[in-house]
Design a protein around this ligand. Structure first.
Ligand code: R5P
Length: 327
């Protein structure tokens, strides 16, 4: 006896979300025009996480959206458990959507006997059952190679630059500033998008024995009387960026607009950013920015349309590269 199989070639999309930033997942789902899969998740008294999908995911191409604000280890573990549940429930493919890659700053050994935690995170995702990854503005591009499988590295620059263009008074007098030498390549891309603006960078030193301690020393490049667009991948405690604003102002910058992808905003970031003298601080919502961390000259742009489009391209086997006009 044969059993009829209906729509044998039909593909099934499952978009699931962890509990770290449900608003972003809801926005992505809305952009996709596809509901989030109903999911139960709770934390036991001893801190263990429980997850269960309330509908079948058998044969589905699943996208596991989780953001990684503090407490980052908890949200990472929850995402790993969600991947494990999908694997054991026979999902066809599992894509990690981690808009802010956890532990990205620990991408190499500065000294002997240190871990490479960014690599460990990739191994954890793989071991849990992930087939591919999607993330936004990695701290360093080489992290793409840490995950043994496809990694779609998305860029927030089109979202940020389109907005910044509307904020600078005189486009002829813009200088793009990198807060350290490590981000000069990204600054070049910014400069192209802002019509060939000149570049400057801040010379920063760091005490590698003390976390979140950087000293901005001086600026190389022409900033006097100019509108400076100061870019970074993330703002954590705000020390780097506030220090850079001070150096730029000391050198005669007319105004400083900050553009950063990931608003980590650990204390005392809000205090530093709101009092640093920047005319505007522009970030995206790869991480949640709760009400108590919002301040007057802060603008939060949504990364959801970009992520939704990338999910659609992956599901439809289209091109993520072409989203960024690279051909
Ligand atoms: C450093 O290399 C990063 O790109 C950021 O500039 C840094 O991690 C931001 O940290 P904080 O805001 O604590 O200075």
């Amino acid at each position: 006896m044969t059993r009829e199989i209906t729509n044998p070639g039909e593909r099934k999309l499952a978009v699931v979300s962890g509990r770290a930033h449900p608003k972003l997942a809801e926005e992505i789902a809305k952009e996709l025009g596809h509901d989030l899969l109903p999911t139960s998740a709770y934390t036991f008294a001893n801190g263990e996480t429980y997850v269960r999908y309330e509908e079948s995911v058998r044969g589905a191409d699943a996208f596991v959206i989780q953001s990684h604000p503090a407490p980052i280890n908890e949200w990472l573990m929850e995402q790993l458990i969600m991947i494990d549940a999908l694997k054991r429930a026979s999902a066809r493919s599992i894509t990690v959507v981690a808009p802010f890659y956890p532990y990205a700053r620990q991408d190499k050994k500065h000294k002997g006997r240190e871990p490479i935690s960014a690599r460990l995170v990739a191994d954890l995702y793989k071991t849990a059952g992930a087939d591919r990854m999607m993330t936004v503005d990695l701290h360093t591009s080489q992290i793409q190679g840490y995950f043994d499988g496809p990694m779609d590295h998305l860029f927030a620059i089109p979202v940020l630059a389109d907005y910044i263009k509307t904020r600078v008074a005189d486009p002829e007098k813009v200088t793009v500033v990198s807060p350290d030498t490590g981000r000069v390549r990204v600054a070049e891309h910014w400069a192209d998008l802002l019509g060939g603006a000149p570049l400057a960078f801040v010379h920063k030193t760091r005490d590698i024995n003390v976390p979140n301690q950087a000293v901005s020393k001086t600026v190389v490049g022409d900033v006097e009387g100019r509108s400076c667009v100061l870019i970074d991948d993330m703002i954590d405690t705000g020390g780097t960026i506030a220090g850079a604003v001070k150096v730029l102002k000391d050198k005669g910058a007319k105004e400083v607009i900050i553009a950063a992808t990931h608003a980590v905003f650990s204390d005392p970031a809000v205090e530093r950013l709101s009092g640093c003298g920047a005319s505007e601080v522009v970030v995206t919502n790869t991480l949640p920015v709760p009400e108590e961390k919002r301040f007057d000259n802060l603008t939060v742009l949504s990364i959801a349309p970009l992520l939704a489009r990338a999910i659609r391209e992956v599901f439809d086997e289209g091109s993520v590269t072409e989203m960024f006009n690279e051909g």
